[in-house]
Design a protein around this ligand. Structure first.
Ligand code: ADP
Ligand code: 5GP
Length: 228
């Protein structure tokens, strides 16, 4: 195993957590980096499982002591990836997956240009709004201003999509999971310089998600976000 660093970013509500949890059941040898955050736990989230929930003081102490690979303020809360998570994965020869926002992803790309970056986007702003509403209703906390803010934020985040190596549209869940898996398998084969063991279908699927050669599916989704 090459110890590849995968970065996944997506506007909130795109379905990133859903995709990542499915990916982790399909491929072995990949660890999910549990971030530190100052936000309060949501729904059934547990400390040490989805996040390490911490205080602002403790977070700022970690910043001062240079304990983060990257960190950022997102929706008024701090989020950060402990540098020790990467060191640990490397020691074990395991791949590491970071689920981080665009600001953090850009910091990691700068420090570690070999990292494999993947952007997930919803098929349109309308679908994103519906998913945000469904999720917040399930958590009994629909707040109009939060939904509006996340939609506006999504349009901003999408501007950074060309900086990512791959992008996939989370329309039909199974297709998006297949694409995400194909990207991981393909990047592993590239890192191991063993493209022969790569199936034609994984290779073609991953290539269809390269941002350098955007697919018509990607172009269509992006166009819906450009409309006022
Ligand atoms: P994120 O982690 O990006 O904020 P979630 O994984 O929490 O998003 O997904 C937001 C909502 O959309 C959830 O209710 C989830 O069940 C739903 N969802 C995710 N992917 C799809 C999909 N492909 N089709 C329909 N609903 C989806
Ligand atoms: P949520 O609060 O919905 O779980 O996450 C909000 C945003 O913070 C998401 O875009 C998520 O990817 C991002 N995020 C989670 N952990 C980190 C982290 O460690 N660093 C950065 N920069 N962003 C993070």
């Amino acid at each position: 195993m090459a110890g590849i660093l995968f970065i996944i970013s997506a506007p909130s509500g795109s379905g990133k957590s859903t995709l990542v949890s499915q990916l982790l059941t399909l491929v072995e040898g990949i660890d999910f980096s549990i971030s530190y955050t100052t936000r309060a736990p949501r729904g059934s989230e547990q400390d040490g499982r989805e996040y390490h929930f911490t205080t602002r003081d403790e977070f700022l102490r970690m910043v001062a002591e240079d304990e983060f690979l990257e960190w950022a303020e997102v929706f008024g809360n701090f989020y950060g990836t402990a540098a020790s998570a990467l060191a640990h994965a490397r020691e074990q020869g395991r791949d590491l997956l970071l689920d981080i926002d665009v600001q953090g992803a850009l910091q990691v790309m700068k420090k570690l240009p070999e990292a494999v970056s993947i952007f997930i986007l919803p098929p349109s702003p309308e679908v994103l709004e519906m998913r945000l509403r469904n999720r917040s209703q399930a958590e009994r906390m629909t707040i109009e201003s939060i939904i509006e803010r996340r939609l506006a934020e999504a349009r901003e985040e999408l501007k950074q999509l060309p900086d990512y190596r791959y992008a996939l549209v989370n329309d039909v869940l199974d297709q998006a999971v297949t694409e995400l898996r194909a990207i991981v398998i393909t990047e592993r084969a590239i890192a191991a310089e063993d493209r022969q063991r790569l199936s034609e279908s994984d290779s073609v699927t991953a290539a269809s998600c390269r941002t350098a050669t955007p697919s018509s599916r990607l172009e269509t989704a992006l166009a819906t976000f450009r409309q006022p």
